[in-house]
Design a binder for this molecule. Sequence first.
Ligand code: GAL
Length: 680
Amino acid sequence: MSEKKYPCPSFPHMIHGADYNPEQWPQEYWDRDMELMQQANCNEMTVGIFAWSTLEPREGEYDFSYLDTIIEKIGEAGGKVILATPSGARPRWLAEKYPEVLRVDAQGNREHIRGRHNHCPTSPVYRQKVRAINEQLARRYGNNPTVIAWHISNEYSGQCHCPLCQKAFQEYLKEKFHGDIGELNRAYWTTFWSHTYDRFDQIEPPGALTETGIHGLNLDWKRFITRQTISFIENEIAPIREHCPHLPVTTNMMYEFTDLDYHKVAQVLDFASWDSYPEWHNGDDTVIAQRAAFWHDVYRSLKQKPFLLMESTPSLVNWKPYNKPKAPGLDTLSSLQAVFHGSDSVQYFQWRKSRGSSEKLHGSVVGHDGTADTRVFASVQRTGDVLRKMDRVAGTLTDAPVALILDWENLWALDDCQGYAQKDKKYFETLYSYHRVFWERGINCDIVAPDAELSGYKLVIAPMLYLTSQATAENLRAFVAAGGTLYGTYMLGTVDENDLCHLGGIPGCGLNEVFGITAEEIDTLYPGEVRHADLGGKCHRLVDYCETLRLRDAQVLCSYADGYYKDTPAVTCHSFGAGHAIYQACRDEGSLKEEILEQWLYKLGIHSEVLGTLPHGVTCHSRTDGRFAYVFLENYLDQAAPTVQLRQPMTDLITGETVERCALPPYGYGIFQYEKGAKP
Ligand code: GAL
């Protein structure tokens, strides 16, 4: 790695900014906002997200005067603008005149004019209206030097069941199955319950009153929603590509989001960005920090380059069951956490707190008092000051020796399947539990799609990869054959891409050869029921799933200590080609996977930038431009952490001192740099 990749190449710096809605405020506030922006050490504002009714108050009558003024003012104040397209919420006239833009729910009811993020993604009228306003924006601002990127719409989500979407779904399936309804019937196993289709126009999206028992259909509906959203995004982007091809586009994605396959969505974006709102202080902050870290890793890995933290709250949100501000110290640490994981920005929702409507009590940089004299404003200032000192980290990449596979299609198939623990398969929790092993040890971890290029990793973890296509199996097989270490678990390779069970033994598609085992039965444990596994005389607690294995030629690492499968293999390892395939057949509470993975990290020479074990609550991450490594230490406890010893002397980027040891205060962080290859 020896390059920098900036999300916004025309502004190769750390970005510190916020969603800004000046259209909600009289003009006399705007100059004051510019002063405050400078005072807050901010250098960016994201504007226009929900401004459609101001920009086009009547059909075809555009009024850009507010945006002209605001972009000019931000530029004069030394700031940059990320400009949004306004499709996330419509003007009233549009929905009134063209009701087809309103979404239809799974019961078949068309929504009234209300809320946001609720358009029909197929409606030709909506696409045309969005394209028209985007065209105006792109022509007008595409070459404005203050504008550095496009923020397409806002948090795409949901689905529409209107007749237009149904027709588009049928067309999608016709194309997928080559116009052959027989092929669809075979893929969907429709002779089950005599649900065979005669024609594509009989197909309805799964809904409250329609077919939901055909798993292949359900899966294709989800794929269609992603496909339709992407085609909507492409329609939004087209005028931008035409009038300002030099400006990058993104859309803001979300935490634990299940409606869309973000791996596919990311393909049409230039960089990834997301909105992070962890529930800090609700329980153990180290758990919350690690989950936030997981999602930062997801968004960095989507494009394998720096992402932007597009939204976060500087204090609290207003939409959780209990809305608690971030404690002093954690406010800055939680912002910098994104940067430590590969973000080139810290951005807030929102700049100035709205006076009315549903977000009037949401956290903001500037509150209703309108001053800089608040705790929150001061913490934003401090964060901005640190970001300035970290400017050379902008554009640097994350070198991860480990990858964890996350697959939204697998999640959909697992959630839909009837069996195992019916209601809660815990896919994300399981991914978190593997990620935690690396987080606690300060090891960078990418989170990738099953078809990702794996050759750069030493260790790949594929938890609960129930849906495994032939292509995925080949990718995994090639990784191991070439010398990689693959760690699979129970349920691996159960169904194919149509949600049909693999025949001839699982893990299917030849993965049983790679792992040297065949999985036979899964014992789904009742809540509270516990089994044990014995690893070198140490007993580990197992919950939820114990799968029984038939050995082909794998070596047994650990056996069950109880249940009717006592003394049979619980974890195996198999040499395949130049690599190894480890199979964990059971769900453990943490300690079993930790112990096995720790041994493998050692064998593979994977370690953090710190010597010895990291204290509880402290983690470590790094970025690099090839020449320099930037090392970040983070303490998520409200108590001082014991001193840690760095692997070599490093320069503290904040103080300029050379340090070898570091003792972090409560919610403290350290930002260091060393030259790679230079003698310590
Ligand atoms: C985000 C959304 C913002 C704002 C924020 C409040 O999901 O994009 O517009 O509503 O939540 O936390």
